[in-house]
Design a protein around this ligand. Structure first.
Ligand code: PAF
Length: 283
């Protein structure tokens, strides 16, 4: 595997390649990321991964400094997956000047759910992803469904800017007890790790309740959300949201869309101790 930090050198290496398959990451790679590398291999060649902890997507009180950085370990994992290039730019390389041009996703998608609790997060994500696309110029790019809203926003960005890249979703990989794999799981204490699968269980309960309804109404759905939030809170979590949304645009469903069978997704973010976890479940 070639490890490249320089944009020009990356372009030199990829010159003439028009089927590159790209997996952007922030490192601290786990089985979830590695499954995305395997998916990338099915969709293009060569496979290019990136590792860059993107300051722009962290709020002032978030965990940018403490975000786990495990480069040597990550390199070994990517080598085992047969990744051709690891692009690991320094901040100086990717942001040689303050990044003043930014990609601002539309309010109705970028400022809800994660965007409401992490203001500016999706602006930072879109900006870095557009820039990474411009460096790698991939034919396809893979993003995990664990970051459901991020995936949707990046798809819309690619569509609205007519970027010549297909965005392909990768399934969420879970531990045996149901906890979605995430780099932030390493922050959990032993007791918190035991409790953490309850987040996925809460989503499953919400889904069961939805599936058992005879009559769908927005009022009933918001009751179901409130009960789930109260239950998690009772177990010591600090939930930011448990939200039942339309899969198509993440808007709250209307009574009409519920009657017409609009597919739904349940999304959640909640803090356990100091660690904020997110997860989702399609209905
Ligand atoms: O999902 C992530 O790891 C990051 O948000 C991404 C897409 C690599 C952008 O920094």
């Amino acid at each position: 595997m070639k490890i490249i930090s320089d944009i020009q050198e990356l372009r030199d290496h990829l010159r003439g390649q028009n089927r590159a398959s790209f997996v952007p990451t922030m490192g601290n790679l786990h089985e979830g990321h590695l499954s995305l590398m395997r998916l990338a291999r099915q969709h293009g060649d060569p496979v290019v991964a990136s590792i860059f902890v993107n300051r722009l997507q962290f709020g002032p009180n978030e965990d940018f400094e403490s975000y786990p950085r495990t480069m040597q370990d990550d390199i070994e994992k990517l080598e085992r997956e047969g990744v051709y290039i690891l692009f690991a730019p320094t901040e100086r390389e990717l942001y040689p000047q303050p990044q003043e041009y930014r990609v601002d996703p539309p309010h109705q998608l970028g400022d809800i759910l994660e965007g409401e609790f992490r203001p500016g997060f999706f602006k930072g994500v879109c900006t870095v992803v557009l820039k990474l696309f411009s460096c790698v110029q991939p034919k396809v790019a893979i993003f995990g469904k664990k970051d459901y809203q991020q995936l949707m926003i990046l798809r819309q960005m690619a569509k609205q800017f007519a970027l010549p890249v297909d965005i392909i979703p990768g399934e969420t990989i879970r531990a045996e007890d149901g906890l979605a794999l995430s780099s932030r799981n390493s922050f959990l204490s032993v007791q918190e790790r035991d409790e953490a699968p309850e987040l996925q269980k809460a989503l499953r309960e919400v889904r069961e309740k939805i599936l058992q309804l005879n009559v769908y109404s927005t009022n009933t759905l918001s009751e179901i959300e409130k009960i789930a939030v109260a239950q998690l809170t009772g177990r010591g979590w600090q939930p930011d949201y448990i939200a039942i949304r339309q899969q198509s645009d993440l808007a709250p469903p209307s009574n009409e869309s519920l009657q017409s069978g609009e597919p739904l997704v349940i999304l959640t973010a909640a803090k356990l101790g100091k660690t904020r976890l997110i997860d989702n479940l399609e209905v």
